[in-house]
Design a protein around this ligand. Structure first.
Ligand code: GH3
Ligand code: MG
Ligand code: MG
Length: 324
């Protein structure tokens, strides 16, 4: 016979959310603290607008419940300052019930307050309900912002390697060439292509090929300056846009990149896979160059590097378009 021992009930101490209560009246602060804690909220206190602002960073409240009339910085000024912050908490204002108090409440709503409560404050449950609605809005807003940031990152990068994608390449090259022209600065483009990559797939399988692409892209990103972005141009071809860099220096960077590539390896069943890359380099110096001409020159250089035996760098100067 087995004796089942009942597990002790799980006590969850997690608060519903963190609320910053701002009021110059000690009595109201105490009353609100008691009823909000009773309702399961974590409460942080401040006696005026300035003190509330000082507490925002360290306590990170999700909702601020503030009086409007306070000495020094009042509720309106506090509200405006809060709304100007990134990831701001929701604000509920507390006001009286006279006609002028209603005007004040309306003004607060127009300034971005989520809702208002009137004094004397209703029973604890009604205050808690208003707070819960504000919390829900704040969390939805945060989730939305997170999702947008994720989507934005996804729309810029290549899913396999994490390098910036072709759309970003087109945008960046156009922008950097325009900037280079405006400030008479040099800009160079590297097109890198893995050598005999088809053989990697054919011999070791597509997943091994994918891993080579990831390892290669990571190494490129590590090797270049933070301002010099790495793009997946397509397939096993990558591009690096080197700002403020003339052709001679760009060739040096390319040499460094292929040397690093030789040192890379990917483990495959019982062996170590090594690979090489060829690079085509093209540079522009403040002239009126269009992106297509620079890409075309880098592409011709890449073809030349392949033709000369791969695992090497070749450079080309873009051809000026001549008119007959
Ligand atoms: P070369 O030295 O002349 O560049 O030869 P190569 O074999 O690298 O060139 P080719 O253009 O003939 O082959 C490129 C190969 O890259 C073919 C294609 O299947 C492979 N490839 C393109 N994108 C991916 C990918 O995302 N993953 C994997 N595993 N392979 C890819
Ligand atoms: Mg290739
Ligand atoms: Mg290729």
């Amino acid at each position: 016979m087995t004796t089942a021992l009942a597990a002790p009930p799980l006590v969850t101490t997690k608060a519903k959310g963190r609320v910053l209560v701002v009021d110059d009246s000690n009595t109201i602060r105490l009353l609100l603290t008691a009823s909000l804690r009773q309702a399961g909220f974590e409460v942080v206190l401040a006696a005026d607008g300035a003190a509330a602002l000082a507490r925002l960073d360290d306590s990170q409240p999700e909702v601020v419940l503030t009086d409007l009339q306070m000495p020094g910085m009042d509720g309106f000024a506090l509200l405006e300052k809060i709304r100007a912050r990134a990831g701001a908490p929701e604000v509920i204002v507390v006001t009286g019930t006279h006609a002028r108090d209603m005007d004040a409440a309306l003004r607060a709503l127009r300034l971005g307050a989520h809702d208002f409560l009137t004094k004397p404050l209703p029973a604890g449950e009604a205050v808690a309900l208003t707070l819960e609605k504000a919390l829900e809005k704040k969390r939805l807003r945060d989730a939305n912002e997170r999702l947008l940031r994720e989507l934005e990152a996804l729309s810029r990068t290549d899913a396999l390697t994490g390098a910036l994608n072709r759309r970003m390449f087109d945008e960046t090259l156009r922008r950097e060439l325009a900037r280079a022209e405006r400030h008479a600065l040099p800009v160079s483009l590297l097109l890198l292509d893995l050598d005999h990559f088809k053989r990697v797939n054919d011999t070791h399988g597509h997943p091994a090929g994918d891993e080579v692409l990831r390892v290669f892209a990571r190494a490129l990103t590590e090797e270049v300056r933070e301002s010099d972005a790495v793009f997946r141009y397509g397939g096993e071809e990558f591009a690096v846009v080197l700002t403020h860099t003339g052709l001679a220096d760009a060739v040096k960077v390319a040499e460094r990149l292929i040397a690093r590539t030789r040192s890379l390896s990917v483990p495959v069943a019982g062996a170590t896979l090594r690979f090489t890359a060829s690079v085509g380099v093209a540079g522009a110096t403040g002239g009126s160059l269009d992106p297509a001409a620079l890409v075309e020159a880098a592409d011709r250089a890449l073809y030349e590097a392949k033709r000369l035996g791969r695992d090497q760098v070749a450079a080309q100067v873009p051809q000026e378009k001549t008119r007959c």
